[in-house]
Write a new protein. Structure first.
Length: 275
């Protein structure tokens, strides 16, 4: 799909998040703690936040692929790290840090696509749910298993209840049981399922389709998509009408409509901005 991420040099340690960007503006962020099943340590949460903050201000980025090294996609929070600091203040700060990172994904002006090659549990399953899109290997499995340890996955429940059928989401939360990639697709947690050796090709299909569209239209649409979901239906239609009117005044939309009328392919400038 694109070259493997080149590690950044951080002292003698390998970075917990690898980044690469190809000439098309496709950024790949790779969780890089395979020995810990890519659990979300404080360092990894901070690294993801930095990367997402950078992406938010970079107009060359068209789409983000969130991937992972090793057999697991993400096993949730780092329980060993959490157990070493047993205080209410620490736990509140940790979960707030994680929630902020998750919200940043939704607020980015470009789509974020999870490439799930292995298990995604607890906050790792939450991470998949918060991504705008997700493609998984047929061998991937998903769970919010905190309840098995006496810790109900309340924060992951926020993401699941907004992205998965409600009763299906609560069943996952209250049982802690794994579901297959196929079942995750049925429940709305992921978009596509691929054979393990076809995962990258399936991700690339979706990426190629997204970057063929005008960046500004996708950005405006994503922002409105999530904002209207929090509104009553009348207010949602008002917001959608305003956004569509602004979108229609954008150079890309004007060119797209003209191209349709003239029965030709649109010639889009990806730098076009709304009026």
């Amino acid at each position: 799909m694109q070259p493997a991420p080149a590690p950044k040099t951080v002292g003698a340690e390998e970075p917990v998040v690898l980044r690469s960007q190809d000439a098309r503006g496709v950024v790949t962020l790779t969780l890089n703690r395979p020995q810990s099943f890519n659990s979300l340590s404080e360092a990894m949460l901070a690294a993801l936040q930095r990367e997402f903050d950078t992406i938010a201000g970079d107009e060359s980025v068209r789409v983000v692929v969130l991937a992972a090294e090793g057999k697991a996609f993400c096993a949730g929070h780092d329980l060993k790290e959490m157990r070493a600091k047993p205080s209410l203040d620490y736990y509140e700060r940790l979960f707030a840090q994680c929630s902020q990172m998750m919200l940043t994904i939704q607020r980015l002006p470009v789509p974020v696509l999870a490439r799930v090659q292995g298990i995604a549990t607890a906050a790792g399953c939450q991470l998949v749910a918060m991504c705008d899109l997700a493609t998984a290997s047929r061998t991937a499995k998903f769970a919010v298993s905190g309840v098995n340890l006496g810790l109900f996955c309340s924060a992951p429940g926020v993401a699941l209840s907004r992205n998965v059928l409600r009763k299906a989401a609560f069943e996952m939360l209250v049982t802690g049981e794994f579901i297959s990639a196929e079942e995750a697709k049925v429940r709305g947690l992921i978009n596509r399922v691929a054979e393990p050796d076809q995962l990258d090709a399936e991700v690339e299909k979706l990426v190629a389709t997204i970057i063929s569209k005008p960046r500004v239209a996708v950005a405006m649409g994503k922002e409105l998509f999530y904002r209207q979901a929090e509104l009553g239906i009348a207010a949602a239609y008002d917001a959608a009408s305003e956004t569509m009117a602004c979108n229609m005044m954008d150079e890309a939309a004007l060119e797209g409509v003209q191209a349709f009328i003239e029965k030709r392919q649109p010639r889009w400038s990806q730098g076009a901005k709304p009026h």
